[in-house]
Every structure is written in C-alpha cells, then in structure tokens.
Design a protein around this ligand. Structure first.
Ligand code: J2J
Length: 545
C-alpha cells in the first residue's frame, strides 16, 4: 500500500489524538490478545452449538495467520471477506489484522457485480466465502470472480472447498509475526455511496479501535454483556458501534444469529440470555409485531439499539412497552462519525432525536447550499471531521475532491438539524441514494446497469416511502424507439433478469418497481429532475395499476 491509497490525518492532529489517548498505537490483533489474556476462558463467541472461549478465538487467529502467510499473502495485501454470521468471520478477520492483511468487508447479499468491483478496486489477492449459505452456492460466485479478476490468486472456503482452498486446512502452527503499524489501514469498509462504482473506506487500527472504545463507554458494555449479532456482522454498525468488537473489548459474549426471523431470534435471546441487540428500523418493526406474545422470552434484554435508517417516533415509542427494555438511537456511518442517544437521556431525546456525536473530538458543521453554517433548528447539510472519520476514500482522488472539503470535512450527504440541546435529527438526504431497510443503494450504480440493456435509452432510480422497508426503489425507464410499442410486462421481467443475471447485481438493488416513461423530466441544466420523479412515483403508489 502507498500513501496514495488513503488520505492521512494532518500531523498535528495525529499528535493530538495520541496525546489525548484516543489513538493508543494498538492494532486490532493486539487488542484481541489483550482481551484473551484478560478474559481467557470466558466465552467470546457462540455460533450454533459451538462456543469459543477468548483463548480459543485468539489461537484460531494465530493459526490462520500462519496459514495465510503460507499462501504467501503478505502484510498490506487485500482480501475480500464475504462471510455470514459465523464464528469463522472473527477468526479470519483477526488473522488478517495480525498479519497486516486488509480485509474488504463484503456482505452476504453481494453478487458478481459487487464482488468483482471490490476485488478490482482493492486489487485483492484472495477471496473468502462460505460454501453455501441461505440457499446460495458461493463457489459459483468465486468461479465468476476468478474469471473476471486476473489478480485474484486464492479462493478460501469455509466448508466444502471443491477446487478451492479449505479454510480448515489453513489452521497451521502459530508463528511469531512482526506487529503491523497501528497507523496503517486495518480494514476496508463499504460505503453506501452515491456514485456509479462502489467506494471503499480505509479504516486504520488506531481510528477504528478508538471508535470501538468510545462506543463501549457510551453504551456501557461490560463483562455481563451478551450481544446478539442479528445484522450482518461485516456491517459497521454491528461490528463497531460497539457491536461485536465492542463486546470483545468489554469481555462480553457474542451470540451469532444467522437468520434474523423474529421467532429464531427470540428463542436465542431467551436461551442465551441476550442483553444487547442492534437492529435497523425495518427489522425492529418485524420484531415488534411478534413481540406481544413473546415478551416473557425477552426479559434479559437491557438495550435495543436502532440505527441505519430513519426511525419513526411512534415506532420508537413502542420499543420499551413491547420489548421491555430501553431504546438507543444510533445515527452512524461507515466513514466514521457515530451519534448516540445516551442511556440516561430524557425520553423525549431518545424518542425524537438521533443523538449526538460520541466523542468530544468530533467536529460537526450544519451548512446551507453555500456551505455557510445554519443556526440551531434549521435543516442543513451535515459535515464532519474527527479522530475516527476518514479523510478520503481508498484510491478515489477525483471523488475525494468533491466529498471532502479542503479542510478535511466529510460531506455526509445527510440533511440534519441540531436542537438547542445539541441532539441531531436526521431530516432527509441530499445524496442520490436509496435506503432500503438500512441497505444503501447508489442510484447511479443501478442506472448505469439499466443503461446497459439494449432497449433502454435513459433511466433514473428514486426512492418511494415504504411502511416496512422505510424506502423501496422505483426505476423510471425511457425505452428506445424499437421497444416503445412492446407490452411492458415482458420488458420489466427482461430488465430485472438483465440486472440480476447479466450484470450480477445484489438482489436488494433490483428495482422494486419499474415504470416506463416517454421522456424523463429534466431540470434547466439538463439533469434528470429527480424530485419530480419522486412525486410521480408517489402518485403511482397511491394508484397502483
Ligand atoms: C437516519 N439515517 C441513518 C439513522 C444511518 C452505526 C449505525 C448506522 C450505521 C450506518 C453505521 C441513521 N437515521 N439513525 O455504520 O456504525 C443513514 C445516513 C448515513 C448512512 C450511513 C454505524 N443511521 N443513517 O448506517 O455506512 O444516511 O452506516 O449517512 O451503512 O445511513 O450508512 P452506513
């Protein structure tokens, strides 16, 4: 890796962050070692019938690090990790951290388009998958990725490897390894993004661990914490806010949920006496519907964190009565800044706001179109910088110039307002993105793929409000002349199959609705008028054809 791969913080701030003890020059690998020494035989991870003590997890990481080294994977190399909620996720990630390999944290739902893009952008040397999960054979995906990405040298499989390398074969005798630089990139997170191609988020050991420690303090995780990982573990929220890493820092226990259906989750909560969970609002809604009859099963819960998408105040108000424990709102982003309501906040703050930054080192600005600060109570664009917010995406110079100000503020694309008590309320979004059940879809990415269909002349993707998902997507498509008179149903199907099979897009990015339009409305400078399309989409949902 070179300096061009990520934008460092200015030297004076690095010095300040170290002096203030925020950056402790500890790697994520050393962090697990410290927890393993302290909490040795306590259970760290519960995965089905398997229970790994801290010492065991630590040893698995050491042995796998030796296995990765034997494959000639060296410090600084990137490795795309696409694992579901299984214990191996942690063994793999910590092995990478120990060796200085950089995991790119893909989600189980990603398919050929995303995986190939991650491998190409990161110039990944290896790709780690389960054999099958949720009815899908990831080895097929790996074959496609291998064909598309020449630099990809190894595919490593948890389970039956077929022609690839079995992870099981890589648990070798631990070796002494040089400690990676804590200021170097530890992992690459995925950005929700708003551009045609995915962007990767370089997080260093120093900054990521600070965000974990600060989160543990705010959320008061401790050795009594039993954290249910219900969201995909690779996502920033369940990984670090305080999530599974926070649990390991505090000496608590991680319980992995592979499928988030309420009934499976509720019995796991009861059996394992789960105390903490993190959910997105759409999942919370599904849980609330089932909670009345299952309330006794939930009496171990001490905190439900909700974040990732807007939570309606009336839904927030149902958490305590139905789940029997307090709510915490979390407004965060994989790029850095995390806002929390605090455990001792007044109920009005917890129900009505998305909290405030977790660190005194977080700087936020709320600005108008000309980047002038607005006053409290006014809605504006949220900008932020601080000790765990990145200064630039991975190898994305041109994009970085747009998204980061000259003085290092990250333009989040979120529209917020600050109340006089300092708490933020998320009011909307300026970025061209759809937030579908907490999963972020960059409109430009889907539009680019729609345009590659031979019958499409122009396309625009917008969000429609949805009671369950928060938002769902609607594509407006202008067909070229040859296709204009064809019946629409077969074209809808053809477009969906094109996106799924030809382009290889993840299922959540396939538009929920496709509408044909003679001419997409344009603004004066000739850009597609999305606000107008959003209004049109609303009238269509009210009058379904
Ligand atoms: C409204 N919108 C929200 C909220 C995030 C903790 C929690 C969430 C994320 C996350 C995360 C929201 N209300 N409470 O990484 O560590 C939208 C905003 C934001 C974007 C970031 C974490 N919480 N959002 O969701 O990188 O638009 O991170 O900019 O996936 O989600 O998405 P992501």
């Amino acid at each position: 890796m070179t300096d061009a791969d990520f934008t460092p913080w200015p030297d004076n701030l690095v010095k300040e962050y170290r002096e203030r003890g925020w950056w402790q020059r500890q790697t994520l690998g050393a962090f697990l070692r410290a927890s393993a020494l302290r909490y040795a035989t306590r259970i760290a991870v519960v995965c089905g019938e398997r229970r790994w003590a801290y010492q065991e997890l630590d040893e698995h990481a050491d042995r796998l690090a030796a296995g990765f080294a034997a494959l000639d994977l060296q410090a600084g190399a990137r490795i795309v990790v696409q694992l579901p909620n299984i214990a191996e996720f942690f063994a793999v990630c910590f092995a990478c951290f120990r060796l200085g390999l950089v995991p790119v944290l893909a989600l189980p739902g990603h398919r050929r388009a995303e995986i190939a893009a991650f491998c190409q952008i990161a110039e990944a040397s290896a790709y780690i998958i389960p054999d099958c999960h949720d009815g899908y054979d990831y080895r097929t995906l790996a074959r496609e990725a291998m064909a598309l990405v020449p630099g990809l040298r190894h595919v490593i499989v948890v389970g039956s490897a077929e022609e690839f390398i079995a992870l099981q074969a890589l648990y070798l005798t631990p070796q002494a390894l040089p400690e990676p630089d804590p200021g170097a990139i530890a992992l690459l997170q995925l950005s929700g993004g708003s551009t045609g191609t995915p962007k990767l988020i370089p997080r260093t050991h120093d900054d990521y661990l600070y965000s974990v420690r600060a989160s543990v303090e705010v959320c008061q995780f401790d050795t009594a914490t039993t954290y249910l990982a219900a969201l995909p573990v690779a996502h920033n929220f369940p990984l670090s806010s305080p999530g599974t890493l926070g649990t390991l820092y505090a000496g608590g226990r991680i319980v992995l949920l592979t499928r988030p259906e309420p009934d499976a989750a509720f019995s796991l909560i009861a059996n394992e006496r789960v105390s903490h969970i993190a959910l997105v609002p759409s999942l919370l809604l599904a849980w609330l519907e089932r909670a009345t009859s299952l309330r006794p099963a939930l009496d171990s819960l001490r905190l439900v964190q909700i974040g990732g998408a807007s939570l309606a105040a009336d839904v927030a108000a149902r958490v305590r009565p139905l789940l029997g424990c307090p709510l915490q709102q979390v407004f965060g982003m994989a790029e850095g800044l995390i806002n929390y309501t605090r455990l001792d906040d007044h109920p009005d703050v917890i129900l009505e706001t998305q909290g405030r930054p977790m660190s005194v080192g977080d700087e936020i600005r709320i600005v108008d179109h000309d980047e002038q600060d607005v006053t409290d109570g006014q809605t504006g664009h949220l900008l932020t910088r601080g000790p765990y917010t990145i200064r630039g995406y991975w190898r994305a110079d041109a994009h970085n110039h747009q998204v980061f100000s000259a003085d290092g503020f990250y333009r989040t694309g979120d529209l917020v307002r600050r109340r006089s008590d300092g708490n933020l309320q998320v009011m909307g979004r300026a970025k061209d993105q759809i937030n579908r059940a907490g999963e972020k879809i960059a409109a430009a990415e889907v539009e680019r793929h729609l345009l590659s269909h031979p019958r499409v002349r122009n396309a625009a993707l917008v969000a429609i409000p949805d009671e369950r998902l928060g938002e769902r997507s609607c594509a407006f498509v202008e067909l070229n002349a040859a296709a204009a008179n064809e019946a629409s149903a077969p074209i809808v199907l053809s477009l969906k199959l094109h996106l799924r099979d030809h382009c290889g897009l993840a299922a959540h990015k396939i538009p929920d609705r496709i509408e044909f339009i003679d001419h997409l409305p344009l603004t004066a400078p000739g850009k597609i008028a999305k606000p107008q399309l959003r209004k049109l989409a609303l009238t269509l949902t009210r009058n379904p054809t």
